[in-house]
Ligand binder design. Structure first.
Ligand code: BES
Ligand code: MG
Ligand code: ZN
Length: 478
């Protein structure tokens, strides 16, 4: 992982990435008169990236772009940081110093964030040519009179947590089953200082979590239910915030085997919600945010094993409601419903649930944002929407009208687990709402959780979506 460090000064032999405005004083960079002239000429031509290759080092000057909205300018800085990261890896630089010539802490942090997130690689299963492909960049120094050590520490935590979530998502099920993901959470809890309880199958049976057990019936591996808690003495909230993450460590579709060609290829990502909430716990505990948060992760794989649940089965859920199961591929809502019903005992201020729940959500808005719906008040929704813009994991609010719930009516049980041919993302949310009696936000991350090709500072594969969003939310809520 990339180390991000505070730097009081810089020398004339270091690789530099300078963030500047057109009016900045460039004389500090140690450039020759000729190089300075070239730089000024390029800036006059409206160039935003100017690269000066010296014998021993490379200096890149980035002139921040003007945007209509502040958060768009911040995102442009992250993207620029990623681009510069690529250039320095290309010349095998081991460390780079970001020099803040503009005197802007927020801009500098955003640029460093883009660099560090873009530097991510998932190499743990490579045995050949690892050295050749491994990025050289290991350290990012930040030299700015406006950025302090605490801000850099906070950025390091956010980056570490996001990259940890990417690692978990990229890890295939033969290395990360339900028991193993729970063990990962325990390890993170020990490291960051939050409490982790893992309920095993016997305990899950005694709690009558019928949805989780039903999905697990087709699997060889037992399910787990992980409870994580961060409760600092200075917590500002009386009632806890609850996070719930979908932990389907692999989704074959069960006996309703995924029908579309290649649609199973990325289904190791079906625990991205679980990764997001676990890594959010890791981040808020390490940063010691003054907020009481409890996270719940029901985990299992979804497979068509010998004893798998089949369409037509009626399942009694944790809250006693019955569900007529009509599609084994609508498994996420079965396990999440039990977790949401279990959350009731904490009398939550608000529950936010994250899941790679529906292809419909991904089809509607793609990788560009998170589909949101729920019953929370305007203040909570606005705070989350602002956080979405701040970290550029944008929130798209979907309608949540009562009529959509009509599509879930069953003739012989309280509910069926699929809706009709329309509004698949919303009927999934409506299904889950039936298991909540508290303010609730459902975030469908099926679009942005896992990408087929690199997109800005998100390399191909798991993106870690949700971690930066929730960390920002808990930094601002209240
Ligand atoms: N895990 C999938 C949803 C998904 C699709 C996540 C694409 C990421 C990318 C979920 O369990 C699922 O299979 N949903 C079904 C629901 C349907 C059977 C009602 C879907 O969206 O097709
Ligand atoms: Mg499914
Ligand atoms: Zn799924």
């Amino acid at each position: 992982m990339t180390a991000i460090k505070y730097s009081a000064s810089f020398s004339a032999v270091e690789h530099l990435a300078a963030i500047a405005t057109t009016k900045s004083d460039f004389t500090k960079l140690g450039l020759s008169r000729e190089e300075l002239g070239y730089l000024k000429g390029q800036i006059q031509k409206d160039e935003h990236f100017v690269t000066i290759n010296q014998y021993k080092r490379t200096v890149i000057v980035y002139i921040a772009e003007k945007k209509d909205e502040r958060f768009l300018a911040i995102e442009a800085l992250r993207r620029a940081g990623n681009k510069v990261c690529g250039v320095f890896n290309g010349i095998k630089a081991g460390s780079v110093t970001i020099v803040d010539l503009a005197g802007n802490a927020e801009d500098t942090i955003a640029f460093a964030e883009g660099m560090a997130l873009g530097n991510y690689q998932f190499l743990s299963h490579r045995t050949q040519d690892t050295k050749k492909v491994k990025h050289s960049l290991a350290t990012i120094n930040i030299q700015s009179r406006k950025v302090d050590r605490a801000q850099i520490q906070r950025l390091q935590i956010i980056v570490d947590a996001t990259l940890k979530a990417r690692d978990l998502v990229n890890e295939p099920v033969n290395y990360l089953n339900a028991v193993q993901i729970a063990a990962e959470f325990q390890k993170m809890g020990r490291e960051a200082g939050f409490k982790v309880d893992v309920l095993n199958k016997t305990k899950i049976e005694s709690l009558k979590m019928g949805g989780l057990l039903a999905v697990n019936r087709g699997s060889m591996d037992p399910p787990t239910f992980t409870i994580m808690e961060w409760k600092p003495g200075n917590a500002k909230n009386k009632k806890p915030y609850i996070l719930v993450g979908k932990g389907v460590v692999y989704d074959t579709g069960g006996v309703s085997l995924k029908p579309t060609a290649n649609s199973m290829d990325s289904m190791k990502c079906d625990m991205a919600g679980a990764a997001a909430v676990g890594c959010t716990m890791y981040a808020i505990a390490r940063a010691k945010l003054p907020v009481h948060v409890i996270s719940l992760v029901p985990a299992t794989d979804n497979r068509p094993g010998m004893n798998a649940y089949v369409p037509g089965d009626i399942i009694t859920m944790h809250n006693g409601m019955t569900v007529e199961m009509l599609n084994a591929d609508a498994e996420g809502r079965m396990i999440l419903a039990d977790a949401l019903s279990y959350a009731q005992k904490y009398n939550p201020e608000l529950a936010i649930e994250l899941s790679t729940l529906t292809g419909a959500a991904a089809a509607a808005i793609g990788k560009y944002g998170i589909v949101a719906m729920g019953t929370a008040d305007k203040k909570m929704n606005d705070t989350l929407t602002d956080s979405g813009n701040n970290v550029f994991e944008r929130i798209a609010q979907f309608p949540f009208w009562d009529e959509y719930a009509d599509l879930l009516k069953s003739d012989i049980a309280d509910l069926k687990n699929i809706g009709g041919s329309v509004a698949g993302a919303i009927t999934a949310g409506k299904f889950l709402q039936k298991f909540t009696k508290y303010p609730y936000i459902h975030l469908d991350i099926a679009g942005p959780a896992f990408i087929d090709s690199a997109y800005d500072y998100k390399p191909k594969g798991g993106t870690g979506v949700g971690v930066r969003l929730l960390f920002d939310f808990f930094s601002h809520v209240m």
